[in-house]
Design a protein around this ligand. Structure first.
Ligand code: UDP
Ligand code: MG
Length: 308
């Protein structure tokens, strides 16, 4: 009997926890009778932690890790990975957007010999047009600018083998973009398609700010193209600036036609200033991540847990 771990990050999910467990348990127990559920409470401000504690007192297979504050979804999943013991590990959202019944399909693919079985969404319900469009664009852009093959339209809902968990634990970077890291690791990977449901209860914990951050973490962790763009833009702008210098000298000394010239001056200053700021910004994104890795603070702080 393989041991199965289920990792569930929780941020304000009081309306979903019992329903989730109700749907999850029959699926998992139909696959194995040796399983553990790891709930990571990522600084919820609602009743989630009390519900998890209650569930864990009724069900010995329910374990929890309670964070000292909100550290973010990727970090919550990482904590689960650090503490899980399964031969196979399932990562699933708590809001029932990822149907627990699909775990059967993931599991069977794993049994066929795949180390990573991710769930690819062929459609998504109950999410804003804005989110769908930006997500779609982001995954395609990321695929273009990275050298690894990060699957499009795929979140963290997946089943991974112990081998993958072992490698992930050796990847110490502070900016977690797990779906990228897992693609980077390799082994045999496959997918199962599904239709993503709307949230069962509550509202998304992924604010615009958190989404932007995840996107930037994904890009900076797996691509240096933005830095190359900065260099490229630098050369283009320098080329244009050189031509304008020649033109300015020509007007001043040869054609003597150097009337006020305020417009061209402003254009040049603004344009070059803009490009410089963009390039500094891009460098800044990388440097801020470098410095957070150098600081090497713990990724998360645990308030309380009932798992070793
Ligand atoms: N989540 C988390 N920390 C956060 C935000 C979200 O642990 O800061 C959890 C959340 O409880 C859920 C999963 O991550 O189980 C996915 O989040 P959500 O459903 O809010 O994101 P969406 O599906 O809208 O992208
Ligand atoms: Mg969700």
């Amino acid at each position: 009997m393989p041991h199965l771990s289920v990792i569930i990050p929780i941020y304000n999910e009081e309306g979903n926890i019992s329903k989730l467990f109700e749907r999850l348990q029959p699926v998992i127990s139909s696959l194995t009778n040796d399983s553990e559920y790891i709930f990571i409470n990522d600084g919820s401000r609602d009743n989630s932690m009390a519900l998890i504690r209650k569930l864990s007192s009724e069900q010995p297979s329910v374990k929890y890790i309670d964070f000292a504050r909100n550290f973010g979804h990727q970090v919550a999943v990482t904590a689960g990975l650090d503490h899980c013991a399964g031969d196979a590990v399932v990562i699933i959202d708590a809001d029932l957007q990822d149907p627990p019944e699909l775990i059967r399909d993931l599991y069977h693919k794993w049994k066929e010999g795949y180390e990573v079985v991710y769930a690819k969404r062929s459609s998504r319900e109950g999410e804003s047009q804005m989110k769908k469009v930006t997500a779609k664009m982001f995954y395609r852009m990321l695929k273009k600018i990275t050298s690894i093959n990060i699957p499009v339209d795929t979140g963290d809902f997946r089943l991974i083998d112990r081998k993958i968990v072992q490698v992930l634990k050796q990847m110490p970077e502070q900016q977690k973009f797990l779906r990228g890291q897992i693609s980077w690791i390799g082994f045999r990977q496959t997918y199962v398609e599904y239709d993503r449901d709307a949230r069962y209860a509550g509202k998304t914990g992924y604010t615009f700010k958190k989404m932007t951050r995840l996107a930037l973490d994904g890009i900076t962790s797996f691509s240096n193209l933005p830095l190359k763009f900065a260099t490229f833009a630098g050369f283009v702008v320098s080329g244009i600036a050189f031509l304008m210098i020649l033109y300015a000298l020509y007007s001043r000394f040869i054609s003597k036609d150097y009337v006020p010239g305020w417009t061209s001056l402003m254009l040049a200053v603004l344009f070059i200033g803009g490009v410089q700021l963009i390039c500094i910004g891009i460098i800044g994104e990388y440097i801020s991540r470098l410095s957070s890795n150098v600081r090497n603070r713990p990724l998360y702080i645990i308030n309380e847990k009932n798992i070793s």
